[in-house]
Design a protein around this ligand. Structure first.
Ligand SMILES: Cc1cc2nc3c(=O)[nH]c(=O)nc-3n(C[C@H](O)[C@H](O)[C@H](O)COP(=O)(O)OP(=O)(O)OC[C@H]3O[C@@H](n4cnc5c(N)ncnc54)[C@H](O)[C@@H]3O)c2cc1C
Length: 416
């Protein structure tokens, strides 16, 4: 590569979309990863482009729910006891952000990104010729009890305010949409404007191919080698070093490893999650992702089979997998949909990179020349990848950003 304007560190969905947006604006970009693109967190998600998202998953507000989690009986969450002291400050901050008022404030702060999520995906998908991975059928949230359905009334109210389309369905109406669902739930909400991806890895690869068509270069290298050399950013790659004027950190849950070397300590936690594929049993097929809200797992039809994704596990990012949530939730999952045999012997594990206020950091790093951050996309990195890519590219090139980036700034974590 004769000239490199920008290094994008991390080729997950977020880094790939940033690299593609920069390349579309004429910059010479190197996309750097130690693995092939899209093979980490961005590989294993439920594939939902959640343009409808209003509230982040809140910290449990009932003692009973907390006790259930503490006893390791809850299917939606698990934890490693030895990790709790380390994650406690983050959990307290998460709890503080889960008051009704803070949740509404977060919904407003995040709406500019979520409202563009589907349109920005569609634009990149069309450009990459990847329409075959896009399913326009919305997604379904199921509620087994009246109480859990009533608990999300505020969300539906805000959806009306924000103009987000949805249909509230009873059991039979939901089963008309998805005949494979057994009637073990009472209520459903069909978020009609959401879309989903049938193969997240294939999507990232298609976007990378488009990036390469535009002259972008994919480089195998270790982002931790980033340093300043002769007034530019330098990264050591397999075939020698690459220098660029600007660098973007899009390392997902690994971002702190690099940022701490650069003197920037941000409170990013990892909410681990697992998935496992099942072959459909007979005719029991799904046409869209389905979230069993009371139990806390998602079933998403993918090219590999029906992908069952779990809720959060609080454990060290690199600790050995402990996929105990499957044991807790499988009776409920097989009660809801007949699932055939497992596709893989071992479940996949990944880590959602999360800040306690459920907002990402999409900003220029303080006290560093042209170092940019795009991290902490939590439960919605697939959803927000293209919108983030556009926002970062607009900020880096001096264009007017499509939304106010202030809520995603890094200053909220810096001591005055
Ligand atoms: C079970 C589960 C279900 C989910 N479901 C959804 C969903 O339905 N919808 C949704 O929107 N989101 C979902 N998410 C969240 C979403 O997957 C993530 O937010 C998103 O993938 C994060 O993307 P990223 O590009 O930031 O990180 P990653 O995809 O992890 O990319 C980071 C990249 O950095 C690279 N890297 C790390 N360290 C180095 C290094 N030292 N040198 C070079 N490269 C390095 C890695 O190899 C990786 O490719 C889910 C997550 C999980 C775990």
């Amino acid at each position: 590569m004769a000239r490199t304007d920008a290094l994008v560190l991390g080729a997950g969905i977020v880094g790939t979309c940033i690299a593609l947006h920069l390349a579309r604006r004429g910059l010479a970009v190197a996309l750097v990863d130690r693995r092939a693109p899209g093979e980490e967190t961005s590989f294993g998600n439920a594939g939902i482009i959640e343009g409808n998202t209003i509230f982040p998953p809140p910290f449990p507000n009932s003692v009973a729910a907390l006790v259930w989690i503490a006893l390791k009986r809850a299917s939606e969450a698990n934890y490693h006891l030895s990790f709790l002291p380390r994650v406690a400050p983050w959990l307290m901050a998460y709890r503080a952000n889960s008051t009704p008022a803070r949740l509404v404030a977060t919904a407003h702060a995040m709406r500019p990104l979520f409202s563009q999520a589907v349109a920005e995906h569609e634009a990149l998908i069309a450009e990459a010729g990847a329409q075959r991975y896009l399913r326009r059928a919305g997604w379904l949230k199921l509620y087994r009890g009246n109480a859990s359905f009533a608990a999300q009334a505020r969300e539906l109210e805000l959806a009306r305010e924000f103009g987000i389309d949805n249909r509230v369905l009873d059991t039979e109406a939901a089963r008309e949409l998805e005949p494979a669902l057994n009637p073990v739930f009472r209520h459903a909400v069909h978020w009609t404007g959401a879309v989903s991806i049938t193969d997240p890895l294939a999507l990232t690869r298609a976007l990378v191919a488009r990036f390469v068509d535009l002259g972008g270069v994919v480089i195998e290298g270790n982002a931790l080698s980033l340093h300043r050399a002769a007034g530019r950013w330098r990264v050591e790659a397999r075939e020698g070093h690459v220098d660029a004027h600007a660098a973007v950190v899009a390392l997902g849950p690994w971002a702190p490893d690099l940022l701490e070397r650069q003197g920037l300590r941000l409170p990013l936690a990892a909410k681990r999650g697992y998935h496992r594929h099942f072959r459909p049993a007979g005719n029991a097929r799904l046409s869209r992702p389905v979230l069993d809200c009371d139990v806390g797992y998602c079933l998403a039809p993918m090219t590999q089979g029906i992908r069952l994704t779990t809720g959060a596990e609080f454990a060290h990012r690199d600790a050995a997998p402990t996929p105990v949530q499957f044991d807790r939730l499988m009776p409920a999952a097989t009660e809801l949909v007949a699932l055939g045999e497992r596709v893989e012997t071992e479940p996949w594990i990944g880590s959602r990179p999360c800040f306690a206020d459920s907002r990402p950091v999409i900003a220029r790093a303080p006290n560093h020349s042209d170092l940019w951050l795009a991290i902490g996309h939590a439960h919605w990195g697939l959803t927000l990848g293209p919108a983030t890519g556009r926002l970062v590219a607009e900020m880096m090139t001096g264009a007017t950003p499509f939304c106010d980036p202030t809520p995603y700034g890094v200053e909220r974590f810096l001591s005055p």
